[in-house]
Design a protein around this ligand. Structure first.
Ligand code: NI
Length: 445
């Protein structure tokens, strides 16, 4: 692949990161405070204070990662940066793969571990860390220094926030009644990273999972954490069409694969309008249509590729059959043959557990205030956080970053995507508060 010409390579700042800064910020904010004797009523206030204290260092980490993005499965330097920061914080970690990191924070509250050293509860907190093949056009001083690669989905923010939360949680360990497992996951964008991490055993012994996405469809200052389906099943498919080529002036001697393809594209839309309940959201999109060899030849072959998005498991399961029926029968009516040659179940729907969603609401209310909880219908793009939710109940939170007052709000995956960084302190406060609430649930606090 030829790298596109860059407009951002002149950016030579953000060459290094001061790893001491994050820990020092927490230490300074904690001076004179003994976390072991903090009253539980005051923990949310303390978390809020620490979130504000880590904000500048966290933004620096985010900008450094933003300047040095790596695409899915190539996040080696990103993982290295994360390990350097964890080392500076004195937090133990291991690397299941060279592009991923798993760290552990052990609470030291009374009863946090039993006599066999098993934690009372264990929470998995995940941040994805990969970037996208997008040429950045933001013009930001911390813009990508790698041509054609950009953190256009905000995973740089996720990694920085989880490091911020690590800094806070490791220093308030005396109020944590259990263990936090921090998972820095590669390859979310190609839907392979979460399953890699699950295979590596990160869900073993875990009681709950927490994930978060900074989100441009939710206003800055708000969070959305409703129970139920939050992100869709995302499937990928390909249809190959076989016709019979002939002279373009004598179409009756052949079978036109392009005409069959066009008919299939139209008929595929009837799946949503006629085979799926109007109460259930579903999308069938054709993203590619290729066929033919010359302008005066009836096309002997063609192919289509696209994606299907659904929320309901039953509709999700029916989709491959509905696609097959439409493709085969429509093509047959035009004397061609169509085959659904590929149907990949990409990532499953992200469905928030009702109880975990309540804990998140309590945590959000405690550190961000009741007004910060927004109502948001959820989103159709897929997310492989669903892989963890297959294993353990949990919650996926949308952290609002839309702030029109600061400039245009560009959507995720846009080359102009540049979220309002001031929301990172909200995200880190919620992460820390969720961990504290989750581990302490059932205790008197
Ligand atoms: Ni993303």
């Amino acid at each position: 692949m030829t790298a596109p010409e860059s407009t951002a390579t002149s950016n030579t700042s953000y060459q290094s990161l001061d790893y001491k800064r994050l820990g020092e910020a927490v230490t300074e904010a904690l001076s004179g405070v003994d976390a072991a004797v903090v009253d539980s009523q005051e923990v949310p206030q303390l978390i809020k204070k620490l979130s504000q204290a880590v904000e500048p260092a966290m933004i620096e980490i985010r900008r450094f990662l933003h300047a040095h993005p790596e695409p899915s499965l190539k996040e080696v330097e990103t993982a290295r940066t994360i390990t350097h920061q964890l080392e500076a914080l004195g937090i133990p970690y291991y690397m299941p793969y060279e592009n991923s990191v798993v760290a552990t924070i052990k609470g030291t509250a009374p009863g946090a571990y039993d006599s066999q050293s098993h934690p009372r509860k264990r929470l998995l907190m995940r941040a994805d860390i990969d970037a996208l093949p997008v040429q950045e056009e933001t013009g930001a001083p911390y813009a990508s220094q790698t041509p054609g690669i950009m953190h256009a989905c905000g995973h740089d923010c996720h990694a920085a926030m989880l490091l911020g939360a690590a800094a806070i949680l490791s220093r308030i360990a005396p109020v944590l009644c259990g263990e936090v497992r921090l998972v820095f996951q590669p390859a979310e964008e190609n839907s392979t990273g979460a399953s890699m991490m699950v295979k590596a055993g990160v869900c073993d012994g875990v009681d709950g999972a927490y994930g978060c996405h900074i989100w441009s469809e939710v206003p800055a200052g708000k969070v959305s954490l409703e129970a139920g389906p939050r992100m869709a099943n995302a499937d990928w498919w390909r249809i190959d069409i076989k016709g019979k080529s002939a002279h373009g002036a004598l179409p009756h001697r052949g079978a036109d694969a392009i005409l069959a393809g066009a008919a299939i594209i139209e008929e595929l839309q009837t799946i949503v309008s006629r085979s799926v309940s109007p109460f259930e959201p579903a999308v069938v999109t054709v993203g590619q249509f290729h066929g033919g060899t010359a302008r005066n030849v009836v096309a002997g072959s063609a192919w289509l590729e696209g994606t299907v998005r659904t929320f309901d498991p039953e509709i999700h399961a029916r989709m491959p059959l509905l696609m097959k029926r439409v493709a085969e029968e429509t093509a047959a009516a035009l004397g061609c043959e169509a085959t659904v040659s590929q149907y990949d179940l990409g990532s499953w729907a992200v469905v928030n557990d009702a109880h975990a969603s309540q804990i998140a609401a309590r945590a959000a209310e405690a550190v961000l205030g009741k007004d910060a909880i927004a109502r948001y219908r959820g989103s159709i793009p897929g997310e492989d956080f669903s892989e963890y939710l297959f294993e353990v109940p949990g919650v996926f939170v949308f952290l609002g970053c839309a702030n029109p007052a600061k400039g245009p709000v560009h959507p995720q995956h846009s080359c102009f995507y540049n979220p309002d960084e001031t929301v990172l302190k909200n995200g880190v406060a919620l992460e820390a508060a969720y961990a504290w609430e989750f581990l302490g649930e059932g205790l008197a606090h």
